[in-house]
Design a protein around this ligand. Structure first.
Ligand code: ATP
Length: 331
């Protein structure tokens, strides 16, 4: 008999639900994504309101597409954090309600571990250096002594924030990453911008201030600014990743999170990987951004490893929660 796990993701802009089976087949993957107005970032309360309105539809579609009933589901996993409080509460509330009503075990999942484990399991990787780049995270991680340890990270804003904030400044709206990528692909001239690495850590805020001030001076084309921003920020990330790699013993490289969909970043990582004889893996683009599958696969691993589920009253949320605080007991 098959095992089915429902994953619920709601850390920020996306309400995602998915069902996976014991062989990690993705039976359904349904999402609704909140889009803030062009000139603004995400308003957590607006986003939560949107997610809660979509909950019924997303849940029904997830069951329908997977051709399973709620009774068939063996376990429920939800994003416990980190993320925006009002949004996290929507997913946690749905998870608690379903768990109580249908008497299903409940598993809290760290959102970043979802991104990381999805790419690891998808390609059956043994010991990858994982580069997680999104709106919420920019970090370089490797698995040691039961934890995903952080070997490098941003010290200020994330790479996703950098691209989104630049896009907002120039009137492109959210999410900015794909729009900056498109603009950059038409650029032809590199403009020197601040490049800041501290060991294996990164800082992007000076870069953002600088590129925005150049934009306001109106001397360079937007295409060249976008190209220069990407080249600078991605080179920083690649260099920090290479520095981490030389200290570790990884047998592959994986890049995940929304920004992993950027083809220029991927090409730069592939080039770096080749120099070290390592292959670079990334998920099909749809699975890089927030989704219920990443939560369901971790929930599945926990369920199959007989990890103790949480009681409904302990199924809380954690807005701040570092990746390396989580002991991975299911591997
Ligand atoms: P986290 O997953 O850490 O909570 P998040 O909620 O921002 O962060 P994601 O969906 O993983 O979630 O990532 C969204 C980010 O990815 C946004 O900053 C968006 O601009 C960026 N992004 C998406 N596609 C691209 C692309 N093609 N190039 C660059 N950035 C991209």
């Amino acid at each position: 008999m098959s095992t089915y796990v429902l994953g619920i993701e709601s850390t920020a802009h996306t309400l995602g639900m998915a069902i996976v089976d014991e062989k990690l087949n993705i039976l359904s993957d349904v999402r609704e994504v909140y889009r803030p107005s062009r000139s603004l970032g995400i308003d957590p309360h607006d986003a939560a309101e949107y997610l809660s309105k979509k909950a019924g539809y997303v849940f029904k579609e997830t069951l329908k597409k997977a051709s399973v009933t709620v009774e068939d589901i063996d376990a429920i996993a939800y994003s416990m954090g980190p993320g925006l409080g009002p949004c996290l509460r929507i997913g946690a509330t749905i998870a608690r309600l379903l768990s109580c009503k249908y008497n299903k075990p409940l598993y809290p999942v760290h959102h970043a571990i979802g991104h990381i484990e999805l790419v690891r399991l998808y390609y059956n990787l043994n010991n990858p250096l994982v580069i997680l780049v999104s709106g919420g995270h920019t970090l370089i991680s490797s698995f040691t002594n039961n934890r995903w340890r952080v070997y490098g990270e941003t010290l200020d804003i994330t790479l996703g924030n950098l691209l989104d904030m630049f896009a907002r400044e120039i009137g492109l709206g959210f999410p900015g990453g794909p729009k900056v990528e498109e603009l950059a692909s038409k650029g032809s001239r590199y403009i020197e911008l601040p490049y800041t690495i501290k060991g294996t850590n990164l800082q992007f805020s000076g870069l953002l201030t600088n590129v925005v001030s150049l934009y306001k001076k109106n001397i360079y084309t937007l295409k060249d600014l976008a190209l220069s921003l990407q080249e600078t920020a991605f080179s920083m990330l690649v260099e920090a990743s290479e520095r981490a790699l030389t200290q570790l013993n990884n047998d592959s490289i994986a890049v995940t999170g929304g920004v992993a969909s950027n083809d220029r970043l991927y090409a730069m990582l592939v080039e770096m990987g080749e120099e070290h004889g390592l292959k670079v893996y990334r998920l099909p683009k749809r699975l890089n951004s927030d989704n219920g599958v990443q939560i369901a696969v971790v929930g599945l691993k926990m369920y199959l490893s007989n990890v103790e589920p949480v009681d409904v009253e302990n199924a809380i949320i954690k807005q701040r929660w570092r990746l390396d605080e989580v002991e991975v007991v299911w591997r």
